[in-house]
Design a protein around this ligand. Structure first.
Ligand code: AMP
Ligand code: ZN
Ligand code: ZN
Length: 302
């Protein structure tokens, strides 16, 4: 296979685009795609201050690298969840992020350590509470969202960016559709506009396949944590990813089509009713905006 741009030996082939590229041209192509999504969905501009949530995995480190490379004002946020799982998962994640930063002087990282700040690790809170028993990922998601919102508003960031890729988005969409969770479908988007104190949330990799982000990290020499969180192994979302991968194998582009058609339908007004603003008010304890009466779900958890 030859690179479409220069004819040299290609290192990566994307069946969905019928596009093969050499290393040099792939490292050009990928950031161009990210920038296109940023502009298309009006995620942020070069004047904005962006907080990138970095987990130490390939997607978020790739995203941070690309945003820095494109000259955006992107600072990192790492949330220490206190997950060990027999491999020192959280410690190893932070090591990867620190390794990444060692070669990027000037990159700033904000750190929030859950056990240190709140006295319990995420698996411990999950085990203690009704909400988390048997499903630590639900509690973990809630905690991460809360900490991200809080860090973004306290640091006056214009946008909060996560590394969600197309495979993530398609799998979540599949689950939401399977259960017709209209409220979730209404809120699943590349951009969630700011609401009061809640910063705008953006997913610049939402149109890029997981393997494309992995290829970028590999070619760029970004060292990331290969293992996924031990609690997420065997999750329903992963099962949906497998199903969609089977589909993609038979018809390249199926995942992208599924996701983009959904966005188009939404643009045309599907789910409009469910999108009508939910009313938010400040939590009685922490002041963060919440839909729940009284205390927010985060404060209730602790
Ligand atoms: P996940 O929910 O683990 O699939 O991760 C989705 C995105 O959330 C990642 O791409 C990151 O942007 C962000 N994220 C996940 N875990 C963390 C963490 N511990 N600290 C900061 N950001 C995270
Ligand atoms: Zn080339
Ligand atoms: Zn609260």
């Amino acid at each position: 296979m030859k690179c479409r741009k220069c004819g040299r030996q290609a290192v990566f082939n994307m069946r969905r685009h019928k596009l093969a590229l050499c290393a040099e041209h792939y490292l050009e192509w990928f950031p161009e795609q990210v920038e296109r999504a940023i502009n298309k969905y009006k995620m942020f501009t070069h004047d904005d201050k962006v907080l990138v949530a970095v987990s130490g995995g390939k997607d978020s480190l790739t995203l941070w690298d690309v945003l820095l490379g494109l000259g955006y004002r992107a600072e990192g946020l790492y949330i220490g969840l206190g997950v060990d799982g027999g491999l020192g998962y959280s410690d190893l994640s932070l090591e990867k992020i620190e390794g990444f930063m060692a070669t990027r002087p000037g990159a700033a990282l904000h750190k929030v350590d859950i056990p240190e700040s709140y006295g319990e690790s995420v698996p411990e809170v999950a085990a203690r509470t009704q909400r988390g028993r048997g499903k630590p990922c639900a509690v973990c998601g809630l905690i991460k969202r809360y900490v991200m919102n809080r860090a973004a508003s306290e640091g006056n960031f214009d946008a909060l960016a996560t590394g969600h890729n197309l495979d993530d988005e398609a799998a979540v969409l599949f689950g939401n559709t399977l259960h017709w969770q209209v409220g979730y479908l209404a809120r699943q988007a590349p951009v969630l506009e700011e609401q009061g104190d809640l910063a705008r949330k953006v997913k610049p990799l939402c149109r890029l396949y997981e393997r494309e982000a992995a290829a970028y990290a590999l070619i760029k020499g970004i060292d990331y944590i290969y293992d996924e969180c031990p609690h997420a192994v065997g999750s329903t979302t992963n099962r949906y990813k497998e199903l969609l991968n089977e589909l993609e194998l038979d018809s390249p582009g199926a995942k992208l089509q599924f996701y983009l058609s959904f966005l188009k339908a939404k643009e045309q007004g599907l789910f409009q009713q469910a999108m009508e603003q939910v009313t938010l008010h400040p939590c009685e304890n922490c002041g963060q905006p919440t839909t729940a009466p009284g205390l927010c779900t985060f404060c209730r958890l602790w």
